[in-house]
Design a protein around this ligand. Structure first.
Ligand code: ATP
Ligand code: MG
Length: 290
């Protein structure tokens, strides 16, 4: 698959001032790129700067110095109006505490980012949201509000929501930090499947070695600095057994592509990306595993 750089940090530092003379250097001269198709894992002890790094990559926070480039766009000095639109269209977020909107149903939570772009009709958004909930395995609960869902189910809704606008990459900060082990495995399987079969790119901050084991790469932070990067392929092989049925996920995704193609044609937009992805999953469905 393609491997353009989706995010690049150039000499990024972040200093938090606690008073006019007391400060914390949360990040120090971070140089880091993430390519399309990766699962980049960020590990490090508590306070090492993981969340700060996630927030800066996600344009939720600005560096004190250095540049942040996403999809080739330097967003370092962009204003909040521009950035909120940019995040909506290009980024997906999954947080430890799910951050679903409590007044909305699961379905409505997933529809919302599509409706906010103005590029989906309500019917299109509803249909795609249903398929996304199907894909993550919680379609039976689509009319439930967040407080009527388990933590694991809420996190799967959050993943469906993160996928809604087909982001360049998805940022996850401790995605399994608040859920039980069995649900964590489901989330990890989903992430792995979304990455391997559908090419979705992830940057995941975690303390958990099993989460780290699904990464294509690990970035260690200590005291705000990158310590080392190492290839996790070998560990990943040890966790190669999936508990999610790939056929179910891929079938839902094929239907999402049909919907996307109709929508793009309605808008008179280019459908070549959709066709490329369909060809890719057709290959998978034909029987080859990757
Ligand atoms: N808004 C803030 N104001 C002041 N200091 C902050 C702020 N956010 C983070 N820090 C400090 O920056 C450092 C890095 O914090 P960060 O939250 O990025 O760590 P972390 O690696 O995500 O930790 P954890 O594993 O506990 O989530 C810490 O020393 C923290 O106290
Ligand atoms: Mg954190």
């Amino acid at each position: 698959m393609e491997n353009r750089e989706v995010v690049r940090l150039v000499g990024v530092s972040k200093r938090y001032y606690l008073s006019s003379s007391v400060y914390v250097d949360a990040l120090i001269d971070i140089n880091l790129g993430v390519r399309s198709g990766e699962i980049a894992i960020v590990m490090g002890p508590s306070g090492s700067g993981k969340t700060t790094l996630m927030n800066i990559m996600g344009t939720l926070d600005k560096p004190t110095s250095g540049r942040v480039i996403i999809d080739g766009v330097d967003v370092t000095d962009a204003d909040e109006d521009y950035l909120s639109r940019f995040r909506l269209e290009r980024l997906g977020f999954v947080f430890q505490q799910y951050n679903l909107i409590s007044q909305l149903t699961a379905l409505e939570n997933v529809m919302l980012p599509m409706l906010l772009t103005g590029r989906y009709t309500k019917d299109e958004a509803r249909e795609k949201a249903r398929l996304l909930l199907d894909l993550v395995g919680v379609a039976d609960f689509m009319n439930n509000r967040p407080n009527q869902l388990s933590g694991g189910q809420q996190q799967r809704v959050a993943i469906a929501r993160a996928l809604a606008n087909d982001p360049s990459f998805i940022i996850m900060d401790e995605p399994t930090g608040s859920i039980d082990l069995a649900s964590s495995y489901l989330i990890l399987d989903l992430v792995r499947l979304l990455n391997r079969a559908l090419g979705v790119t992830f940057v995941i901050a975690t303390h958990n070695m099993e989460v780290a084991s699904i990464g294509s790469r690990i970035i260690y932070l200590r005291g705000g600095r990158i310590v080392e990067e190492s290839d996790l392929k070998r560990i990943r092989e040890e966790f190669s057994k999936l508990r999610v049925d790939p056929a179910v996920v891929i079938k839902s995704y094929a239907r999402i592509l049909d919907l996307e193609e109709r929508r793009l044609r309605r808008l008179g937009l280019d459908v070549s990306e959709v066709e490329r992805r369909r060809a890719f999953i057709d290959e998978i469905l034909k029987g080859g595993s990757e």
